[in-house]
Design a protein around this ligand. Sequence first.
Ligand code: NGS
Length: 376
Amino acid sequence: MFSFQSKKIYLFMFLGIQLVVIALFSREAYKKSVTYFIHILRKDNASIPTGRNQTSTAVVANGGDVYANLSRLSKAHSQGENLTYCPKTSPLIVGRINVRIHSNFTMQELQRKNPLVVRGGRYRPPDCEARHRTAIIIPYRDREHHLKVLLYFLHPFLQRQQLNYGFYVIHQAGNYTYNKAKLMNVGFREAMKDEDWDCLFFHDVDLIPEDNRNTYVCDANPKHVSVAIDKFGYELPYNQVFGGVTALSPLHYLKMNGFPNNYWGWGGEDDDIGDRVSLAGMSISRPSLKVGRYKMIKHKLDKGNNANTKRFNLLRKTRQTWKQDGMNTVESRVISREYHPLYTNITVDVGTKAGLPPPPPPPKAATMADQIQHHG
Ligand code: NGS
């Protein structure tokens, strides 16, 4: 059937194909070994930050330990009162961080890992004057495990960025339906009493940042920070999203009259906040998907935080309501302010849909009869 000539052609074609396959394989192997060496070089770079004047960031190729070499900081000598400003880009910043969620450590151990954090969860770099003052505001109820994990990762993350920072946990008292946005209004008010913060990070307790180049400082516009969450395949779920982790300066915050107080239960309040940004004439800024990466700690639905069935109606009215409801109308009663070693805990009664309950009666002055009884 086949002539000798055509057999020869097939033989050459077969040999030709084999040669192409061999060439492709060896190219792949070559590529792999180059990538391997780059990886080793980068790893070395990341583990030894080279000094204060270095401006580029050290990249941990496959995710590094956020505590690596951090003890160097605690050994740094303070130069007294007149510190010079920290460099514009911290030389301690690493790139990708290995976030392995675990909580098999005690709070005391965590304190020992962060020896420069002082009462109330406050920190400032020991050897230079921070360029930025950032408050972390965490709305909270009954998520002890999450808080522990967040503190574990976020403290060293922020120290690497050479920030002056403070942690505020805003704890809703009682069992009434959760109101996250109102808690954030309280957080803003209470944090600003302490210090002239130039940036406030409103931070979900279950989101752990995975890239240290995601700097916790404010932009010229309100910033939506948690743009790439593992739960959403590290993509923005929709264009107007403004929940999770956001960063606003006090000026941004006041310009949009803070956050709404009337969203009780899950959902919608973050979309309302996003709308406020544009209604107040600002726009949303965002870090890149590469840097704004977060891991979400998995959890079951919270008790007392069912989906808010009124959220769609409320959202339709934001344009009419944002100036009448927000920071200018927030009513709450702070029950306690506790200064823990790694955070300040503010427990607050935010009331119910019907408003705040009447204040508790003042402690009764001891009557003469009580005093006589007391002295026996
Ligand atoms: C939207 C919600 C937001 C919520 C976002 C992501 O649909 O409040 O989903 O939710 N808006 C409304 O319901 C109007 S998540 O999947 O992270 O639980 O933040």
